[in-house]
Structure formats: structure tokens, C-alpha cells
Design a protein around this ligand. Structure first.
Ligand SMILES: Nc1ncnc2c1ncn2[C@@H]1O[C@H](COP(=O)(O)OP(=O)(O)OP(=O)(O)O)[C@@H](O)[C@H]1O
Length: 373
């Protein structure tokens, strides 16, 4: 490939990230909504901004869209500094909670509108609109006006209108929030498929970690306006940077309990267990107080006598295929998840023995909450 070949030009274009956010800050009356936020979204990637209500997700997306003026920092879109650029000149599609469909146009015309403005032929437009409508499962409402559609249908029409424009970057603020659980799961898979097939670049905000885990290439974990971790979904789950990320990512929530680590092992819930290799470097002869994080799926019920931890069942919650079992041991409660069919003989009040997958245990600093291992 030489420097003037089209292949070279395409390769170069692909190397320019879809989005580079650098040291972005935004305050509202002294309240920091965004604080020193920096990240990059490669072309064709799906990045999810994950955070609780008020974490700053919407402010971030609105700043990228040009609807908020940041106090500091820069935003580059496909290599171009966006400072001073009007929202309409940013080559973005935004899908926010409050969708603005044209009320007097049908679903079809709403979706077709950007293509008509571009001057595409009637036949081309029909092909594209029908394809996107089929993917979003709204073919049956294309002839209707927005006021006769449900919230979820309006949301999908807005999504369709954005998708047909194929801009350089999509900003999606909880785009599936108005949908029922089944449709949400179906559509997020469809969105993911379209994004991959067409090479679109997505930044999607959500407070729902399962959504983030299901579709993200990269998750940006936002808390009180600051990025606390950037990682692929599995790393976020397996190596959360601190206790709060560990709690946010996972359901039922991770068990957190006091523990002591020493060269003798890890002491918790009335038991002492040998240290897995990954913890050995933390151990000293004198015990050190730590906080252990144990995910519910890393605790197993075992036959009596094989246990490292013993306790009494206080509650069983059906989750479908699985069930969550709460076990009281000393003055702490542990939650575990097991196949419901394996729990038929387990009833509240039963004495049970538990085994913990030690190599999966997380350790946190009890003061700062930061990850130790
Ligand atoms: N226009 C505004 N004026 C004053 N404060 C604002 C404004 N917009 C956002 N904030 C504040 O900035 C912080 C971040 O808000 P933002 O809406 O970005 O959070 P979010 O993560 O999108 O939350 P949610 O999931 O609830 O939409 C919050 O404390 C919010 O109250």
C-alpha cells in the first residue's frame, strides 16, 4: 500500500477516533456536573457511559452535541475541534429522552425526512425506511402520526430517523428506557447488530449495568461527574476499581464483609481460608484489616462437613432459573445465587455449609474502598 492509494486513505481515516474528549469540565452554580473527563471513542466502537442518576451522563452527551458549553476542556469529532461549532454542524445524531418527532408527519415521513433533505430518490428512501422499520419492529405503525403511538413506538421512530442519517457519531441517552423488558433486550441486540454491520460509532448513556454489559465494547463508569474506571465489561465486573463499582455492577449485589489478611490466610465470616496466589503479596505476619467482596455466584452450598463457612438460611428469593439465598453467619448476612432446582431441600431456617471460590474474592481497602486484589 503506498501513501497515495485509496486503501491508505481509508486506513488513515479509520485511525482518526470518532470522538476525543479531553479534560472536560462543567459546573452548574458551583456544582460540578463534569470534572476532568477524558476519553476516546474509536471509529466503529460502542462505548457506554454508565452511572447512577445525577452522575453527569446527560451533561456529557449534551456537551458533545453542542447543547451545553463546557467550562473547560475540548471535544474533537472525527479529528475536528468542535469548539464554536453549532449542534447542526457536528454531524451527530442525538437520541434523548424528550424526543422531537414531527407531530403532523407519519412514522414513515418522520424517518424519511433526513433522506429527502439529502435528495435521495423515492425508491432508495423506501428501501432504507422499510429496512430500518423492520429492524426496529415498527413496520406496522409507519402510516400513523406520533400522537397515536406509544412512548416506546415513538422512541423507535426517533431511533429509525437517526439511524438512516448515518452520521459520524450517535449519542444515545437511555434510548431504550420507554420499552418493556423483552423488547428492550431484543432491540439492544438489534442496535448492536446494526452498529457492527454498518460500522457506526455509538456513545450510549445508561444507568443499567446489564445493558452496558450486554452491548458495550468499552464502559466508562461515571460517578459524581468523574470517570472512575474505563474498561471492557468483563474487566469492569472482574476487576472493579473500587467497592462502589463492584456494588454497581452485579445483581444481586456483591457481598461486602470485614476480613483480615495475614500469612496464615484470609479470615472472614468465622472461617480462615488459604490465600489464593493473587492475594499472597498483600499478606504480612500481622493481620491487616480489609474488606472482602464476594459475588453471590462465587458462593456454593456444599455437603455438611465440607464447609469453610457455616450459617443459617433466612430467605430464599426466586429469580427464575436461579434463586438468591440469604444466609446468616455470625452477625453478617451473605447472599448466594444457585440453580433453583438445586435448592429443593433448602428451606428458611436450615443450617447450611458454604464454600467460597477464593480466587474470585475481591479485596478492598476498608477506608478508601479502593481495590487491593
Ligand atoms: N441545567 C442544569 N442546571 C443545574 N444543574 C444541573 C443542570 N443539568 C444538570 N444539573 C446537575 O448536574 C448533575 C448531573 O446531571 P445529569 O443530568 O448530567 O446526570 P445524569 O447522569 O444524566 O442523570 P439521570 O440518569 O438522572 O439523567 C446533577 O447533579 C444535576 O442536578
Amino acid at each position: 500500500m503506498n501513501a497515495f492509494s485509496p486503501t491508505h486513505a481509508i486506513a488513515q481515516a479509520q485511525q482518526v477516533p470518532a470522538l476525543v474528549v479531553d479534560r472536560l469540565a462543567k459546573s452548574y452554580r458551583g456544582n460540578k456536573a463534569l470534572d476532568d473527563v477524558s476519553f476516546t471513542v474509536p471509529k466503529g466502537a460502542l462505548t457506554v457511559v454508565l452511572g447512577a442518576a445525577g452522575a453527569g451522563k446527560t451533561t456529557l452527551l449534551r456537551s458533545i452535541a453542542g447543547l451545553e458549553v463546557p467550562d473547560h476542556g475540548s471535544i474533537h469529532l472525527s479529528g475536528r475541534d468542535s469548539a464554536g461549532l453549532e449542534p447542526k454542524d457536528r454531524d451527530l445524531a442525538m437520541i434523548f429522552d424528550n424526543l422531537a418527532l414531527y407531530p403532523d408527519k407519519t412514522g414513515y415521513d418522520n424517518i424519511a425526512n433526513p433522506l429527502r433533505i439529502r435528495g435521495q430518490s423515492k425508491a432508495e428512501i423506501e428501501k432504507v425506511v422499510k429496512d430500518v422499520a423492520a429492524r426496529l419492529k415498527i413496520a406496522h405503525i409507519l402510516g400513523r402520526k406520533p400522537k397515536t403511538m406509544s412512548g416506546g413506538e415513538r422512541q423507535r421512530v426517533a431511533l429509525g430517523r437517526a439511524l438512516v442519517r448515518s452520521p459520524s457519531l450517535f449519542l444515545l441517552d437511555e434510548p431504550l428506557s420507554s420499552l418493556d423488558a423483552m423488547l428492550r433486550i431484543e432491540l439492544r441486540a438489534e442496535l448492536r447488530r446494526m452498529q457492527r454491520e454498518l460500522g457506526y460509532s455509538f456513545v450510549m448513556a445508561t444507568p443499567d449495568f446489564t445493558e452496558a454489559m450486554a452491548i458495550a465494547d468499552t464502559v466508562i463508569m461515571l460517578r459524581q461527574g468523574r470517570i472512575v474506571q474505563i474498561a471492557d465489561p468483563q474487566t469492569l465486573y472482574d476487576a472493579p476499581v473500587d467497592r462502589e463499582v463492584a456494588r454497581f455492577v452485579g445483581a444481586p449485589e456483591i457481598n461486602l464483609l470485614p476480613a483480615q489478611i495475614s500469612t496464615d490466610g484470609l479470615r472472614f465470616a468465622g472461617a480462615i481460608r488459604p490465600l489464593p496466589d493473587k492475594m499472597k503479596h498483600l499478606a504480612t505476619t500481622d493481620p491487616v484489616q480489609v474488606e472482602a467482596g464476594i459475588r453471590p455466584e462465587d458462593i456454593r452450598l456444599v455437603p455438611t462437613g465440607d464447609a469453610s463457612v457455616v450459617g443459617k438460611v433466612t430467605d430464599i428469593e426466586a429469580l427464575g432459573t436461579n434463586a438468591a439465598v440469604t444466609v446468616e453467619t455470625g452477625d453478617i448476612e451473605l447472599k448466594l445465587v444457585a440453580l433453583a432446582s438445586s435448592l429443593l431441600s433448602v428451606v428458611p431456617g436450615a443450617e447450611v455449609d458454604l464454600s467460597v471460590a477464593m480466587e474470585r474474592v475481591h479485596l478492598f481497602d476498608p477506608g478508601t474502598g479502593m481495590r487491593l486484589a
